[in-house]
Design a protein around this ligand. Structure first.
Ligand SMILES: Cc1cc2nc3c(=O)[nH]c(=O)nc-3n(C[C@H](O)[C@H](O)[C@H](O)COP(=O)(O)OP(=O)(O)OC[C@H]3O[C@@H](n4cnc5c(N)ncnc54)[C@H](O)[C@@H]3O)c2cc1C
Length: 380
């Protein structure tokens, strides 16, 4: 088994790290404080090929592999968790799904723009009564003329504030749950979309999360993939999305570790740097080890996607391990910095708030454990 990155993967990682350092990091505190969607940073990210990372060059993307994508998301998340997840939603949940399931006419209309950064994508699956139980869709699509009328309410739609297109999931066959849901490509300027509540959140602030009230007409041209098979497509997209969220969590966790190491070396108590105390060293050792283990799982899941293998289990394991390792790292960093970390506006305070979302969105940790348990029980 070869555990080395290729020269192309390393070069892209370095490019993303430089962009993160020079552009994203400068804006991170401001995005968190204002809660404003970072349109300027997203445009700059597009010019780096970060909005269509794995989309084939023929469709305007950067044509890179999933390992490279995961490395880039980790690098960006180290600077700003918000920018990393906004990128991952448009890449994994929207552009990749259109590349996977869209017709050429839909790819012409949306994929080129998404990959080039002229358009941003949103993914509208969650509803007031469809969170972990995402198949419990109440939004319905009923036949009307040569298309559908879609009515319902979507919640927590990331990027919705700026997105040009959303993949909207709606029930087309009542009572059939996952066998009766269809995916639609909905332009966000469609009459009848009301962007309602803007989520004011603990962390990943500035993600442009909105609730959407829908009463819209769409045509048959807007159906993405086969009718009634949209839930399967949502789960396909979430496999890639979970690898990206694992990478995002690693970036947050690594930033927490870096902050803790730097502080422990310079902060003196009892006449010595606190890094000389074993209590602090053990915390740093655990943080580094747990993040390194989760990084291996994340790269393994990304490599499985590159081999086009079914990677549901790998993606869930990566997300679970990385989000929990990063949560623990942020918690320990807070302990090491103590009052300096607890102060409003400190980097560790922001990381501590941001990391929590990685255990919630794109499937909670409980949902990941359900998937992993079902797999290990079925294969025993
Ligand atoms: C910042 C942010 C951004 C988001 N962005 C998007 C987006 O872009 N698009 C989108 O569609 N959604 C988005 N979401 C929604 C997100 O996917 C859901 O919040 C998530 O799936 C959990 O659903 P819920 O919040 O309704 O929790 P619930 O499903 O109500 O769960 C509540 C608790 O019960 C547990 N639970 C539920 N069922 C079980 C079970 N069977 N066994 C054991 N425990 C269980 C859960 O793990 C959790 O601990 C976002 C959420 C956040 C916070």
């Amino acid at each position: 088994m070869i555990l080395e990155l290729t020269s192309e993967q390393l070069a892209f990682q370095q490019q993303a790290e430089q962009f993160a350092r020079e552009i994203v990091a400068q804006r991170a505190a401001g995005i968190d404080k204002s809660g404003e969607f970072p349109s300027d940073v997203m445009h700059a990210a597009a010019s780096q090929g970060l909005l269509g990372v794995t989309i084939p060059k023929a469709w305007g993307g950067a044509g890179r592999d999933y390992v490279s994508y995961a490395l880039a998301i980790e690098a960006i998340a180290k600077a700003s968790a918000t920018v990393a997840v906004a990128l991952s939603v448009s890449n994994s949940l929207v552009a990749e799904l259109i590349a996977h399931a869209g017709r050429d006419q839909q790819r012409e209309r949306w994929l080129r723009k998404l990959a080039g950064g002229e358009a941003l994508g949103a993914f509208a699956l969650s509803e007031p009564d469809a969170g972990t139980d995402a198949a419990n869709q109440h939004t319905k699509a009923t036949r009307a003329g040569d298309g559908y009328r879609i009515t319902g309410r979507k919640v927590w739609v990331a990027n919705a504030e700026e997105a040009s297109v959303a993949i909207v999931f709606a029930r087309t066959r009542p009572g059939l749950r996952g066998q009766g849901i269809t995916a639609f490509l909905v332009p966000m300027d469609t009459p009848g979309i009301k962007r309602t509540a803007r989520a004011d959140s603990l962390g990943v602030r500035g993600l442009g999360c909105m609730d959407l009230d829908l009463d819209i007409a769409v045509t048959d041209q807007d159906v993405l993939g086969p009718v009634d098979q949209g839930f399967r497509l949502a789960m396909w997209a979430l496999q890639g999305g979970r690898v990206a969220i694992a990478a995002q969590a690693l970036g947050i966790g690594q930033a927490a570790l870096d902050e803790a190491i730097a502080y422990a070396k310079q902060r003196e108590q009892f006449g010595q740097p606190i890094a000389s105390y074993q209590a602090i060293q053990w915390m740093l050792a655990d943080m580094a080890t747990e993040l390194a283990a989760a990084r291996l799982l994340t790269l393994k899941a990304a490599a499985a996607k590159d081999r086009q293998e079914k990677s549901t289990l790998e993606a869930s394991m990566a997300k679970l391990a990385a989000s929990e390792a990063a949560h623990k790292a942020a918690d320990k960093a807070m302990q090491i910095l103590a009052s300096a970390g607890y102060r409003r506006g400190s980097v560790v305070e922001r990381l501590f708030r941001d990391v929590r979302a990685t255990e919630i969105y794109q499937g909670t940790s409980e949902a990941q454990r359900m998937i992993i348990a079902a797999n290990v029980l079925a294969n025993a």
